[in-house]
Design a protein around this ligand. Structure first.
Ligand code: 5GP
Ligand code: ZN
Length: 110
């Protein structure tokens, strides 16, 4: 898994945030002026893999997102996206949340 390799440092990435359970890094193919990917260190395939046993880290991710947004000057707003499965265009099957901002984003979500 590419993101597990990023967590282990086997694939280099520009980190935006890291703690014991969560990593955030800048997307290699940014789709907005600021495009950061936030992931749990635990390998969870996508949102369908969230359970009562692992949801603490998901809550934690949503605590750190506003912090990351603030540090990256997203006071004017940002969007959080998680693609789940083929129809959503998920390409990396390690749960992740995109933080997109730095400009006025497209108002259509899909
Ligand atoms: P998805 O399409 O699954 O929602 O998002 C996967 C994201 O991971 C894409 O936006 C893609 O550009 C990014 N990505 C894939 N491989 C790498 C990589 O090796 N490094 C970084 N920084 N981002 C990656
Ligand atoms: Zn993984």
């Amino acid at each position: 898994c590419i993101f597990c390799k990023i967590i282990k440092g086997e694939i280099p990435s520009k980190k935006a945030y890291e703690d014991d359970t969560v990593v955030a890094f800048f997307d290699i193919q940014p789709q907005a002026p600021v495009h950061i990917v936030v992931i749990p260190k635990e390998h969870i395939e996508n949102m369908n893999g969230i359970t009562a046993d692992n949801s603490d880290v998901i809550a934690h991710i949503f605590e750190v997102i506003p912090q990351i947004a603030k540090e990256n000057n997203l006071a004017d707003g940002y969007r959080v996206v998680s693609n789940c499965g083929a129809n959503a265009g998920q390409t990396v099957f390690h749960l992740h949340f995109h933080i997109l901002g730095g400009e006025k984003l497209n108002t259509t979500m899909a």
